[in-house]
Design a protein around this ligand. Sequence first.
Ligand SMILES: NC(=O)c1ccc[n+]([C@@H]2O[C@H](COP(=O)([O-])OP(=O)(O)OC[C@H]3O[C@@H](n4cnc5c(N)ncnc54)[C@H](OP(=O)(O)O)[C@@H]3O)[C@@H](O)[C@H]2O)c1
Length: 326
Amino acid sequence: MSVAVVTGANKGIGLAVVRALCQQFQGEVYLTARNEHRGNEAVETLRKEGLHANFLQLDVTNRKSIRNVRSKLSDRHGGIDLLVNNAGVSEECPELFPTPEEQMEAIMETNYFGTMAVYDTLKPIFNKGTRVVNVTSSAGLLSIVALWKTYNKEAALELKQRLGADDLGIIELNEIMWNYENTYRADNQGEYGWPVGGVSIKAPTPKAYVVSKLGVSALTRLQQKDFHVEQDIAVNHVHPGWTETDLSKKAEATNVRTLTPEEAAKTIIYASLLPPNTDVRGQLIWENGELVDWVNDTPTLPKLVMKEEYRQEYFATFNKQGTAHS
Ligand SMILES: NC(=O)c1ccc[n+]([C@@H]2O[C@H](COP(=O)([O-])OP(=O)(O)OC[C@H]3O[C@@H](n4cnc5c(N)ncnc54)[C@H](OP(=O)(O)O)[C@@H]3O)[C@@H](O)[C@H]2O)c1
């Protein structure tokens, strides 16, 4: 019996992924959520649609909760065949600008360290042929680092070089992510090359989110190296496209057409159901299904332009807050 596990699946893209897996995955599908009530409600929604998903409580920032999921899956099935690391949070930008420290910490703990913790804890029960899909974002593209607004361009380019280096290891990657958190707390992240504002102030870009997804993408490449080709385990990262969900509510402030969660789920499903002996391993899969070289490619991103009413609101907030994090 094959087993699929999706994190952060009570709503948004995660729920759409579970819905599609219930229809296309040959085996048991586990919808997990940090909140038991919201998770059970999502399972019930699917049941009314004639679909069957199992529920397990899983908070990606809570090691005990992750270990609990591992022992339940191990007892019931012996192992798993698909892990979709989808759970994520972002800044409430531009309304909350600059991002409070606690929000930066929640973003880093959930998106980067949470993704890593779920993978590390479940890895011992991966079956041969397991597929791992880390949901990243265009915000985490390595090429964007060169466009960051920062006070130390040289340090930003050094970060870019190290994150894309073939000899990057997990200790160095974690140190880089901790450096972001620590310099953010000291309010001098810009001096270390980290972003202090959006790529373009025409449409503010969340910053901790950008760094956390950069980490997820760098991490994916390292995780793939954990396996021999014979194990046929594929760990890929997916940019699902800009999607209308609670996380991206700022989307309504711009001109860009957003996807439905069901449309966004298609690329994640593609990465989840890669055939045996696939050579798509450690790759970034773009919203259109194309493979993007995370280190060298610069895919074209939609040009975000804020609608005039939101733009005025943003600049009013920006002016009020000064330039500390802007
Ligand atoms: N929407 C986009 O435009 C877009 C674009 C690129 C990538 N993504 C990525 O797609 C993924 C899904 O986002 P979404 O847009 O579907 O957002 P969403 O609707 O806000 O869903 C996020 C999900 O993550 C869960 N979550 C948050 N913290 C968690 C934790 N500590 N443990 C377990 N679950 C947690 C949320 O649970 P609660 O309901 O309990 O908060 C929710 O189920 C994220 O990784 C996001 O970065 C989204």
